[in-house]
Design a protein around this ligand. Structure first.
Ligand SMILES: [Zn+2]
Ligand SMILES: [Zn+2]
Length: 180
């Protein structure tokens, strides 16, 4: 089972979209859980950003279940300017940050459909990490590393044949995947 976990207020449209689009790709049920409040001490007043790990650590842990937190705040981890998301294979938890997936973050015209597609790809990517997938050299594969949204927009919302095969035989990917 895949659980989506909103942190604070996030448009319900995002969850409706993910609940519809994720199951056909993953072959698993997707359920949105009750929202959580922002974890204490998540905000860094010097960087004016939130610590990604604080959100990751406040998610529940399931044995086979996966928990993906969605946060509408700019996240970072030490050593990186910002992150689109992060994932922890050992606990099956992941977090995706929404602000930088919006066109208007870059001063462009809002595009709701593009935003939702990007959220879907980031959620799939981080889920892939929780199942042990590393980054994929295929630029169309959802496990390709996103340096920027150009990379994200070029990807398909799905796993390439190589990654799909790896998903059915769990590999030893990175324990903690930070960045995207
Ligand atoms: Zn791949
Ligand atoms: Zn990644």
């Amino acid at each position: 089972m895949i659980y989506l976990v909103p942190f604070d207020e996030i448009a319900s449209e995002v969850f409706g979209y993910l609940e519809r689009e994720l199951p056909p790709v993953l072959g698993q049920e997707v359920v949105t859980r009750q929202r959580l409040t922002y974890p204490n001490r998540a905000y860094d007043p010097f960087r004016r950003q939130y610590r990604g790990e604080a959100f990751l650590e406040s998610l529940p842990i399931g044995e086979e279940d996966r928990h993906v937190g969605l946060v509408d705040a700019d996240l970072y981890v030490p050593g990186l300017n910002f992150i689109f998301g992060l994932a922890d294979r050992s606990t099956g938890r992941a977090v995706v940050a929404l602000p930088r997936l919006r066109q208007e973050f870059y001063g462009l015209e809002p595009n709701g459909e593009l935003f939702l597609e990007r959220v879907l790809k980031e959620v799939l990517h981080e889920l892939g990490h929780t199942w042990g997938l590393g980054h994929c050299p295929n630029p169309r594969c959802v496990m390709h590393f996103s340096n920027s949204l150009f990379d994200t927009d070029r990807k398909d919302p799905g796993f390439c044949p190589r990654c799909s095969a790896l998903l059915s035989t769990p590999s030893e990917g990175p324990l903690l995947a930070r960045g995207g």
